[in-house]
Write a protein of this length. Structure first.
Length: 132
């Protein structure tokens, strides 16, 4: 429990850097999505659809640790409270991104981020057999 709470803090700091930095600086961290889309384009996969799917999956992966860490850090927390936390954090991020000229705020990011929170929640709870 204490270990997860300690890890939660740097995770949230890194998350803030990735999602709140101007796009040019953030792309240094998240540029792998574009790189993979380009690599797929060389073998015939259309770049734009691949980039959209990869971006969605990257957002899921980005928020998966949140769900897992919240469950581990707060063992008695209800599943819906974890999902609500992921959803509200995501909405907050998207609202802040509206004020950053180089960032794009999308509903699909909220969906992907909330789904990632659910994945993390299910991974931990499923492993423990917990149904809360």
């Amino acid at each position: 429990m204490a270990g997860a709470r300690i890890v939660l803090v740097p995770y949230l700091v890194l998350l803030a850097l990735v999602v709140l930095l101007p796009a040019r600086q953030a792309s240094r961290v998240t540029g792998i999505v574009g790189w993979i889309a380009e690599a797929l384009a060389t073998v015939g996969v259309p770049r734009e659809p691949a980039a959209i799917v990869l971006e969605f999956l990257a957002n899921v992966a980005l928020f998966t640790p949140l769900g897992a860490l919240l469950v581990l850090a707060f063992p008695g927390v209800r599943w819906w409270a974890v999902l609500l936390a992921g959803f509200l954090l995501s909405v907050g991020i998207e609202l802040v991104q509206l004020t950053i000229p180089s960032r794009v705020s999308t509903l699909s990011d909220v969906v992907a981020n909330t789904a990632g929170t659910a994945v993390g929640l299910l991974l931990v709870r499923g492993r423990r057999g917990d149904r809360r």
